[in-house]
Design a protein around this ligand. Structure first.
Ligand code: PEP
Ligand code: CO
Length: 447
């Protein structure tokens, strides 16, 4: 008989992608401390997100999960949080207004601090250094010292996540996300672009609709859905000691919740069926995600569904496919068919970023918006052919005017990449490219 699940039972399994902490006593001390800290989210909120995702699984809503590849300790500011939230709200407005489908909003934010790496070492200039694993683990500076994992960073990550979440709650519940402010979300550098003008037209439409409702005698001030937004947090549950320390038993239900975020996901590199990440997330009651790259077989995916959602709770499991634009139409349909025929009520989301990364002529890691949009189109086509619901998108973006991904209506070319290339990890869409993407997805949803 296997032992019952506990927050520490992942320790019986092989855990991929864990840092080699130089001082295990120091790590233990930090984890003990974290275990005494207040939870960042509440079980009831995680349950509410499962409920919203159940609507996505049923084909009645659409998921937008978006944010940084890796959040940074260095560029932590109210403006950066606000601008990221603005873009996600704008995308949601475009999608809801143009397609009539409600949008579930989840940020890769307030905890997205750890990165899996393809190699434990990387070449930086003339140096071979331990890889940067996210600010929760080590620093990106090019020295052996900076790259040494430091458990104090887990505490910094917790505190930064707490402050970020605090501001997000204030913004989304305190008036900033009010539908009367749709114009104000359009940042200056976006407003003057093609995408910004298309967005402005929608914002005008919403303003007119609100005035119309008020003129009809509807009390628009008392409808809280018009003035507040439900916004959820998520990150890759990579550093399992941290996740374990924030896992708490819900006093209402007795279930365990990982209270570091509303939704946690398993990366493509850590989805081994007998591995620690799957073992850990199998036992928490949060909604969970699992990335699926092109190597995921039908048998693996069905087994993941069984382990992660044995009770087939709608909204519990989101499968995030990241196949690459060239592969998706061949590899996705057999998975859709198998999961559908097995009766698993999953959310299918498309990550059109991670299968489309390449090195530009100038030597920078980039992605082309055309490939990103082409993977999304392939995702919708595969769902259409299998009669399943293309449930959402999962993208890496920032609210800032960066030049990290190529393409877009205001085209970013190879020689522009150096102008504002600021990501610590993967290249992100800027605000205009993100809106571009939302308009394209809205067309596919209508189609
Ligand atoms: C990521 O989402 O940043 C990531 C590393 O993705 P994947 O696990 O799909 O490679
Ligand atoms: Co990434």
């Amino acid at each position: 008989m296997p032992l019952p699940w506990s927050p520490s039972s992942w320790r019986e399994h092989a855990a991929a992608q864990q840092p080699e902490w130089p001082d295990s006593a120091a790590l233990d001390l930090v984890l003990k401390q974290l275990a005494t800290y207040p939870p960042l989210v509440f079980a009831g909120e995680a349950r509410a997100l499962t409920g919203s995702l159940a609507a996505v699984a049923a084909g009645e809503a659409f998921l937008v999960q978006a944010g940084d590849c890796a959040e940074s300790f260095d560029t932590f500011s109210a403006d950066a949080i606000r601008d990221k939230l603005k873009v996600i709200l704008q995308m949601a407005v475009v999608l809801t207004y143009s397609s009539g489908v409600p949008v579930v909003k989840v940020g890769r934010i307030a905890g997205q601090f750890a990165k899996p790496r393809s190699s434990p070492f990387e070449r930086v200039g003339e140096l071979d250094l331990p890889s940067f694993r996210g600010h929760m683990v080590n620093d990106i500076a090019a020295s052996a010292d900076a790259r040494l994992p430091n458990p104090e960073r887990l505490l910094t990550a917790y505190h930064q996540a707490a402050s970020t979440l605090n501001l997000l709650r204030a913004f989304t519940k305190g008036g900033f996300a009010d539908l009367n402010r749709v114009h104000a979300w359009n940042q200056e550098f976006v407003a003057s672009s093609n995408e910004g003008r298309r967005y402005e037209a929608i914002a005008n439409g919403i303003e007119r609709a609100l005035r119309f409702m008020a003129a009809c005698g509807i009390d628009v001030t008392s409808e809280h859905q018009l003035h507040q937004v439900d916004f959820y947090t998520s990150h890759e549950a990579l550093i399992l000691g941290y996740e374990e320390a924030l896992t708490r038993q819900d006093s209402l239900t007795g279930d365990w919740y990982d209270c570091s975020a509303h939704l946690l996901w398993i990366g493509d590199r850590t989805r081994q069926l007998d591995g620690a990440h799957v073992a850990f997330l199998a036992g928490v009651a949060n909604p969970v995600g699992c990335k699926l790259g092109p190597s995921a077989s039908v048998d693996e995916v069905l087994a993941l569904c069984e382990v992660l959602n044995p009770d087939r709770i709608p909204g519990r499991l989101t499968l995030v496919t990241r196949m690459g634009a060239g592969a998706i139409e061949a590899v996705l349909p057999p998975l859709l068919r198998a999961v559908r025929d097995a009766g698993h009520p999953v959310v299918w989301a498309c990550d059109p970023m991670h299968g489309n990364t390449f090195t530009s002529g100038g030597g920078r890691k980039t992605r082309h918006l055309d490939h990103v949009l082409s993977e999304i189109a392939g995702f919708f086509a595969a769902h259409r052919s299998e009669g399943t619901w293309a449930g959402g998108v999962h993208v890496e973006l920032t609210g800032e005017d960066v030049t990290e991904c190529l393409g877009g209506a205001e085209e970013i070319l190879d020689h522009h990449l150096g102008q504002r290339y600021e990501t610590m990890c993967d290249p992100r869409l800027n605000a205009r490219q993100s809106l571009d993407l939302a308009f394209r997805v809205a067309e596919l949803l209508r189609g």
